[in-house]
Design a protein around this ligand. Sequence first.
Ligand code: NOJ
Length: 560
Amino acid sequence: MKRIWWKEAVVYQIYPRSFMDSNGDGIGDLKGILSKLDYLKELGIDVIWLSPIYESPNDDNGYDISDYYGIMSEFGTMEDFDTLLEEVHGRGMKLIMDLVVNHTSDEHPWFIESRSSKDNPKRDYYIWKTGKDGGPPNNWESFFSGSTWEYDEATGEYYLHLFTKKQPDLNWNNPEVVKDIYSMIKWWLDKGIDGFRVDAINHMGKAEGFPDDPNPEDQRWNTGYKMFSNLPQVHEQLQKLNKEVLSHYDIMTVGETSGVGPQEALLYVGEDRNEFNMVFQFEHTGIDSGVQGKWGVEPWSLLDLKKIMSKWQTELYEKGWNALFFNNHDQPRAVSRFGDDKKYWSESAKLLATYIHTLSGTPYVYQGEEIGMTNVAFDSIESYRDVEILNYYREKVVEQGQDRDEIMKRIHHKGRDNSRTPMQWNTSEQAGFTTGTPWIAVNENYPTINVEDQLHDPHSIFNYYKELIQLRKKHDVFVYGNYELILEEDEEIYAYTRTLGDQKLLVILNFFGGTPTFRLPNSLKVEAKELLISNYSVEENEQIEEVTLKPYEARVYLLK
Ligand code: NOJ
């Protein structure tokens, strides 16, 4: 297998708005990030991914860009950015930016021109259509509720927006758009950044003729999803982008591609494909959604998780590369979702970490995950800030009159603001995030869950992450080993081996609060073993042929 730095790296995602505020305006900023670089270095991070920091009216917190060449004034200046990049590099770390080019803000000068008249030279930078039967051009539904089409009085046509109506989709069939976007990407790469996380990129191509979706009742997907996701033209565009721009730099790229299985993902990340290095897939984060899609709240089963992840582990091995994560700024907090954020908070956070960091692929840590930050449940919709949550509530409760408590329950479980409450640095007011009033309330559990306490506690979740990250750096098998599932049918224990030459890891994970017995399969002969890490203390000479596991127990052995 080809060895390369981004396979060996651990990435840390920063959501700048919620990370650290340096000037007391209640909004995280670049100087705030700068002040925490030593913290990230201490954790062992190699690459920092910044969610968007470009100029933006913040309809979707920066995922609606109005100037690709400017820094959002709330976050600082280009000078602050240059200092940050220099300081990141000075500490031996790398920095990747979010690249949002499926759409811009409606306040981007291109769109302002585009909507001004039908014959404006920028008209075709976006996707404009005439309506049908007195309504929008087709039945496609946006990711954030309602139609993907917005009627524009000025010219009497509709423009397409897969996300909010303030995020019009760019027209990638227009060579002028392609040229302008390429120049912008080169500009950032020439500044010396180390790559991109590429937002919603599997939607950059739309079905020709913009047909209606014939299956609007399938709730797993928003109507039209298949007509604007993972189409062949996306790959044509990405291969061209790679050839003309990306391949000229030593960078890493990770595409966000919802709705793909491993075989489709290989079209993006196959080593012979020259598109991206890896993609974020969402099959595993869908296991608690059932048939209702994103907002569904269903019990999840370990067998499903095993089936999905084993498929990804084996089908990509030696052909492509996985991005490993449970958390990001769009997902609820994993310890609340797949662990137990009450009785076994610390144990289950460590178990989930052990899992992510012992699979084949590049692990991503989302801010606060390393201290076990949890979901929030604000009582009032007024406390929420996320446009997806607010639109959902308006559509279901206000417009359709659905049960408020049921909708709030879903928001508590699945809403994106769960991961966007401010980073919990210490026990001082506002968790040390700001001296002002934060743009979204801090989670009230900060007096017990915060960085400062955990830095001092050798048994903390933070120190466990640190140890896991060091293990990856020490043993190649963590990075390059082949994954093999054992105890396939066990409903509580997830166990597997990773093998590289004569190195073998055995990972044993009790995913729930019970005390099941682990039995070593006969096929696995153990002559000698070394316990590399565990989230409980284990007696030195304990045999592993048969072990009763403690709730959420995780162990990783090196076998000989
Ligand atoms: C995916 C991003 O992760 C999410 O936060 C954003 O709302 C959409 N893409 C639109 O850019």
